[in-house]
Design a protein around this ligand. Structure first.
Ligand code: 5GP
Length: 201
């Protein structure tokens, strides 16, 4: 699970991550917001009307969902289950509310939070986007501060100073987590036999 306050550069990092670690699959969320410039339906999000979103909530289709700023976002069970069944490594981008929901569900995931180097820097980055009004920028900054205060929900904290380095650090976390002994699956029958024998002794 990856979260970051708006303006931290998460989209850029995820784009780089997709290139550098193509084996990592991204869960595609549902949202009621309209697609931005180059976003594609079914790739970046499933863009659906509010009515459909509400229906999905009622049907219990979402693992988690939240209202973020003025729109709704949700992770459908189907989106992660499909990848999980294939044994894929999955990245789920969530806001802090979504991460909290998964924590409350005791969901087995690694929770990573990405921070800007400073609040001043975050403000600068939000302004640089140039797509939002002063009011919205102020709102996002305040929301970001509240999110940062919930950093205890997370296992890892990354500071995004240099996008290249942050992406590498993210990959290091993923690789290290994959090497945890509880995730070890012996690649051969002789090792499997040896290890299970040892465990029995
Ligand atoms: P954006 O509109 O910029 O793509 O995303 C806004 C925020 O919603 C980001 O913090 C993003 O991580 C979060 N988000 C995206 N998909 C989901 C989701 O399925 N559930 C939750 N809780 N948040 C999401």
């Amino acid at each position: 699970v990856l979260s970051a306050p708006s303006g931290t550069g998460k989209t850029t990092i995820c784009r780089m991550l997709k290139k550098k670690l193509p084996s990592l699959k991204f869960s595609v969320s549902h949202t009621t917001r309209k697609p931005r410039n180059e976003e594609k339906d079914g790739v970046d999000y499933y863009f659906i009307p509010l009515n459909d979103f509400e229906e999905k909530i009622e049907c219990g289709d979402f693992l988690e969902w939240a209202r973020v700023f003025e729109h709704f976002y949700g992770t459908a069970f189907e989106s992660v289950d499909r990848l999980q069944r294939k044994g894929e490594d999955i990245l789920i981008e969530l806001d802090v509310q979504g991460a909290k929901s998964l924590r409350d569900l005791n969901y087995k995931a690694i929770f990573i939070f990405m921070l800007p180097p400073s609040l001043k820097d975050l403000k600068k980055r939000l302004k640089k986007r140039g797509t939002e009004s002063e009011d919205i920028i102020r709102g996002r900054l305040e929301a970001g501060k509240k999110e940062i205060q919930q950093l205890n929900l997370y296992d890892y904290i990354l500071t995004n100073i240099d996008t290249e380095e942050t992406t590498e650090n993210l990959i290091s976390i993923i690789r290290a987590e994959k090497s945890r002994k509880e995730r070890y699956k012996p690649p051969s029958s002789d090792l499997k036999a040896l290890i299970s024998n040892k465990e029995n002794n």
